[in-house]
Ligand binder design. Structure first.
Ligand SMILES: Cc1ncc(COP(=O)(O)O)c(C=O)c1O
Length: 368
């Protein structure tokens, strides 16, 4: 058996190559590299797909989070509540917007934010709650929206890993006040470089994000506030439109692959399989199991040519970047414990049964 990568972008590239080449030829001819008509075409398509009124393309997912927080009115010293178990960008964006990240532990089975621990972190300075739809399944949004309604705190979904995921029939991006997503190449909907977007049903938030991402400029050479340069490139918009047409089929294929892992690994008592919350339709951005002696198991998978990974090895509060938060080991015990057990197995729409069987057999040998 040859190697099995964690994600196989080449397989996806083959499917859209022709469409992208045709679209890019038009962009190159028109030389509208920034702000070409393809950008607003994609924004409309992705807004419609996500079931919200507005999509604003930006340069990457971290900018999408930051600009969304600024549009929500986060001011220096305002607190934003987010899970300790997330990619660092969720917390980074809060600091970049001038805010203070306030972390919450995750729950044991799904690794998602523990909604029962949010309220104790909400205080007079809290401006936003940022649930992260980690690994491709949405957080328990009803409880978060209930807290938001009761306290007036806004909800920003970090939907970077959840394009097309649904909770009780509602697509990620339409479950809070505003959402940020990333089109980093390995995401379910990935560009050919960095790209991101903000989704919202609120026209005022959308207009503010658009203004901030374009040098605070509502019209050429008129600048009403200090902004940023954070726009979705026209060439990336072409790629994203081509891939969006295939996203549902790709997400369906990911679900089938996740179900197959469930069958292949179901009898291994040493392997804890991912748990899906009732009401969730995940898109399996990552297929994350939990195993004892994870580092040894991971090395054995790597030695066999399997591109397994860890998402994430170090919880936000234990990274060097966030020592200023003043946390230490033991502050978020569930997040810290599972950080030593998490193991992401290869999963992408085109993964074959043979590849999955090889992963399962190698994993079975490694854990026994
Ligand atoms: C949960 C989460 N939030 C935010 C980001 C940041 O996105 P980007 O890398 O496009 O800045 C990512 C992905 O990288 C992510 O996985």
């Amino acid at each position: 058996m040859t190697s099995v990568p964690l994600v196989d972008l080449a397989a996806q590239q083959d499917q859209v190559a022709e469409e992208v080449a045709l679209g890019w030829a038009e962009v190159l001819k028109a030389t509208a590299f920034v702000g070409g008509p393809q950008v607003s075409v994609f924004e409309k398509e992705f807004a419609a797909y996500s079931g919200v009124r507005n999509c604003v393309g930006v340069a990457n997912g971290t900018d999408a989070l930051e600009l969304a927080l600024r549009a929500l009115g986060v001011r220096p010293g305002d607190e934003c509540v987010l899970p300790a178990n997330t990619f660092i960008a969720t917390a980074e964006a809060v600091v970049r917007a001038g805010g203070v990240p306030v972390l919450v532990d995750c729950v044991e089975d799904t690794a998602l934010i523990d909604v029962d621990k949010i309220m104790e972190k909400v205080g007079p300075r809290t401006k936003a709650i940022i649930p992260v739809h980690l690994y491709g399944q949405t957080a328990q949004m009803e409880e978060i929206v209930r807290i938001s309604n009761a306290t007036g705190v806004s909800v920003l979904e970090d939907a970077a890993q959840a394009q097309g995921a649904r909770r009780n029939g509602v697509t990620a991006g339409g479950l809070g006040d505003v959402a940020a997503t990333s089109f980093y190449p390995g995401k379910n909907l990935g560009a050919y470089g960095d790209a991101g977007a903000v989704l919202t049903g609120d026209d005022t938030i959308a207009a503010k994000v658009r203004l901030l991402g374009a040098h605070g400029s509502p019209r050429k050479y008129e600048h009403t506030e200090i902004g940023f340069n954070s726009r979705l490139d026209t060439l990336q918009a072409v790629v994203l439109s081509a891939k969006l047409r295939r996203l549902e089929a790709w997400n369906t294929a990911r679900r089938a692959a996740a179900a197959r892992y469930g069958e292949l690994l179901g009898d291994l008592s040493e392997v804890r399989l991912p748990v899906v919350l009732e009401g969730n339709e995940p898109v399996w951005h990552l297929y994350v199991v939990r195993v004892p002696e994870r580092d040894r198991v991971l090395s054995e998978l790597h030695a066999a040519g399997i591109g397994a990974g860890i998402h994430y090895p170090t919880p936000v509060h234990l990274t060097g970047a966030f020592t200023s938060l003043g946390h230490g080991p033991g502050d978020f015990p569930v997040t810290e414990r599972i950080a030593g057990e998490l193991l992401s197995l290869p999963l992408f729409p085109e993964i074959t049964e043979a590849q999955q069987s090889f992963v399962a057999e190698t994993l079975a040998k490694a854990v026994r």
